[in-house]
Every structure is written in structure tokens, then in C-alpha cells.
Design a protein around this ligand. Structure first.
Ligand SMILES: [Fe+2]
Ligand SMILES: [Fe+2]
Length: 172
């Protein structure tokens, strides 16, 4: 092996050590978080223990609030900035559904008896709302994102999303 090859090989090795792990696509992160919240909501509806419901509700809040707020900043605001009516309607619809989910979450938190039929009903409504929202978001908003943003831009959006989530405070 000549000197030039040796140097090139060493350079490649060094690059592999210092370069960060491959960054993710925003849509993969969003999908993971959707799955997580949907499965927590399913458990919340099915549970018949007050303690378990309390813990699940705390987990749902901690997952849902940063997700929706960071998603608005990172994804919806970009989609609202695109040309054409369709993308704008998708963005506004997303905002309205987030608002409805946040109100429903607050209503759920006000119900004192967690094993009551009222709590079960409210949990069901929140679950149905989120299921509907996720389905439409993954179909419509994601189509807007795929059509208008490159792989590289989606990696940057992912980094921005993760950073934005850390700044969101979760109300009690
Ligand atoms: Fe989402
Ligand atoms: Fe959303």
C-alpha cells in the first residue's frame, strides 16, 4: 500500500469517528410519536384503575403537548407558507384540531373521579379526535411536506422539531 492510500484510509476512519450519527427524517419522528400517543390513549380508555389512568394522563400530556406545539412551528407554519390553497387549508385544519385536542385534554384533567363513566367518555372523545387528526395529518400534511421539502430540509426540520420540543412547558 502506498503512502497516499494509507493517508486516505486514515482520513476516512477519522471521518467515521467524528461525524455524527445519521440524522432522521422529521416524518419518521412524527410517526413514532403518533404511534406512542395513540397507544397511550388506547390504554387510557381501556383502563379501569384510577392510579393507572392518572399516570397515563400525565404521560399523554407530556407527549402530546410538546409534539403539537413543536409540530406547529416546524411543520404547519412552513406548510401555511406554501403557495396554493390546499396546503393552507391543511395547515389551518391542523391548527384547529390541535386546539380541539388541547381543550379536550384540559376537560379530561378536570374530571375528578377517574373511574367514572364521564372520564371514560371524555377519554374516548380525545382518542377519536387524535385518531382522526393523525390519519388526516399523515395523509394531507405529509403529502405537502414530501412534495415541497427535500430530504436534507426534512432532516433539518427534524433537528428544529427536537429543539423546539425541549422549550415547551407542560401545564399541570
Ligand atoms: Fe402530529
Ligand atoms: Fe398534529
Amino acid at each position: 500500500m502506498n503512502l497516499k492510500n494509507t493517508i486516505e484510509k486514515a482520513g476516512k476512519k477519522l471521518h467515521a469517528v467524528i461525524s455524527p450519527a445519521p440524522a432522521g427524517d422529521i416524518l419518521d419522528t412524527l410517526r413514532r410519536e403518533h404511534d406512542q400517543v395513540q397507544s397511550l390513549l388506547e390504554k387510557l380508555v381501556k383502563s379501569d384503575s384510577a392510579g393507572e389512568r392518572r399516570d397515563l394522563l400525565t404521560e399523554i400530556k407530556a407527549a402530546l403537548i410538546p409534539h403539537t406545539k413543536a409540530e406547529e412551528k416546524t411543520v404547519y407554519d412552513r406548510v401555511l407558507g406554501l403557495k396554493g390553497n390546499k396546503a393552507k387549508v391543511d395547515g389551518h385544519e391542523g391548527y384547529f384540531e390541535h386546539e380541539a385536542a388541547s381543550r379536550m385534554l384540559a376537560n379530561l384533567g378536570k374530571i375528578e373521579r377517574m373511574t367514572s363513566s364521564e372520564f371514560t367518555a371524555a377519554a374516548k372523545v380525545l382518542k377519536e379526535l387524535i385518531d382522526h387528526h393523525v390519519e388526516e395529518e399523515e395523509r394531507n400534511i405529509w403529502a405537502d411536506v414530501k412534495e415541497n421539502f427535500s430530504d436534507r430540509q426534512r432532516v433539518l426540520m427534524n433537528e428544529e422539531f427536537e429543539a423546539a420540543k425541549k422549550r415547551i412547558k407542560i401545564p399541570h
